[in-house]
Design a protein around this ligand. Structure first.
Ligand SMILES: [Fe+2]
Length: 157
């Protein structure tokens, strides 16, 4: 049964496609953060190993919330690596095993890419699709990324 929540079917489909890209970016960053957790080396090994673990666990929760938000809008949620890799704007680096500093730099860049995109998505949901619920949800998600970006940035100063 379709949701009757004051947003047209066309707009619900549009918001869902925005959320599918958000989901794909979160999935890619989740995998990249796990790779960093597995491969980090150096003097701060255990600290960074645990830091990245906390971050991928937070991303895992965010992924579930984004996926279920698509369902709340009455749409199907993509769930294949094939679709995630087609939609994501976050780049992976196969075969690259960076130093801990470069890992942090790359993860920071990815969080900032997501923050910039979410800011645009929030504006879109507020002004175009009038979807206050999704705008509020994405604002909370953006704030989480801002916190993680702040933490990562502190390691580089
Ligand atoms: Fe582990």
């Amino acid at each position: 049964m379709k949701p009757n929540i004051g947003i047209s079917e066309k707009q619900l489909e549009h918001t869902s496609s925005v959320l599918s890209t958000v989901l794909s970016n979160e999935m890619t960053l989740y995998v990249k953060t796990r790779k960093s957790h597995w491969n980090v080396t150096g003097e701060s090994f255990m600290e960074l190993h645990k830091l990245f673990e906390g971050q991928y666990k937070q991303l895992e929760e965010a992924i579930d919330e984004v996926a279920e938000r698509i369902g709340k809008l009455g749409q199907k949620t993509i769930g294949t690596m094939h679709e995630f890799s087609k939609l994501t704007t976050i780049k992976e680096s196969p075969g690259v095993y960076a130093s801990s500093k470069d890992m942090i730099k790359e993860l920071l860049k990815d969080h900032e890419t997501i923050i910039v995109q979410l800011r645009k998505d929030i504006e879109h949901c507020t002004e175009k699709t009038k979807d206050a619920g999704t705008a509020d949800f994405l604002t909370g998600l953006m704030e989480q990324h801002e916190t993680t970006a702040w933490v990562l940035r502190r390691y580089l100063n």
